[in-house]
Write a protein that binds this ligand. Structure first.
Ligand SMILES: O=P(O)(O)OC[C@H]1O[C@H](OP(=O)(O)OP(=O)(O)O)[C@H](O)[C@@H]1O
Ligand SMILES: Nc1nc2[nH]cnc2c(=O)[nH]1
Length: 175
């Protein structure tokens, strides 16, 4: 049987929220250049849409870390699979993520990136599951706080599927 996807956040609400976040970030970074750091793979859809909504000068870089396997639980072991191409010294860095869940990935990542001497380091996530937090993380910009459900779409996968959905959904697995 095919998996069923129940819509949690419809496409129009995601689009409206990204526009709102882009406006807020543009205001907060007025007169500066913002260096967006995308955490692959999940963050890429959100980052592209967000970048289009930011009106101050933007530069971008990408990194890939792995903390989840094929399942739905963070392993707690975070590995850098692909590092950034450019140094962060003196830059106003904004990390762009699809989701903060246990906080392990971002807690670890922010600690490493802070050591690279950015002028500022902030975090923007499309989704946050505050109930699930194990590691404390300061989130500066949040799209939606969501309940403790495993979500897919807008970059988020289940076993590498469903990243391309233009909305956020909950998978009901087929038997
Ligand atoms: O707060 P945590 O519990 O650490 O979970 C958050 C992390 O999990 C997801 O990545 P994932 O490992 O699924 O990789 P992907 O983006 O390549 O799918 C997400 O993009 C975050 O990086
Ligand atoms: N796809 C997906 N990846 C995650 N990584 C951490 N939480 C989640 C989630 O709810 N869905």
């Amino acid at each position: 049987m095919e998996d069923k996807i129940r819509v949690l956040v419809p496409e129009k609400d995601v689009d409206a929220k990204i526009a709102e976040l882009g406006k807020k970030i543009s205001e907060d970074y007025a007169g500066r250049q913002v260096h967006l750091v995308c955490v692959l793979k999940g963050g890429v859809f959100f980052m592209c849409e967000l970048a289009k909504r930011i009106t101050v000068p933007v530069t971008m870089d990408f990194m890939s870390v792995s903390s989840y396997g094929a399942g739905t639980e963070s392993s707690g072991v975070v590995k850098i699979v692909k590092d950034l191409d450019q140094p962060l010294d003196g830059k106003d860095v904004l990390i762009v993520e699809d989701i903060v869940d246990s906080g392990r990935t971002l807690g670890y990542l922010m600690e490493i990136l802070r050591k690279r001497n950015p002028k500022s380091l902030h975090l923007c996530t499309l989704l946050d599951k505050p109930e699930r937090r194990v590691t404390d993380v300061k989130v500066d910009y949040t799209g939606f706080n969501i309940p403790d459900e495993f979500v897919v779409g807008y970059g988020l996968d289940y076993d590498q599927k469903y990243r391309n959905l233009p909305y956020i959904g909950i998978v009901e697995l087929g038997k």
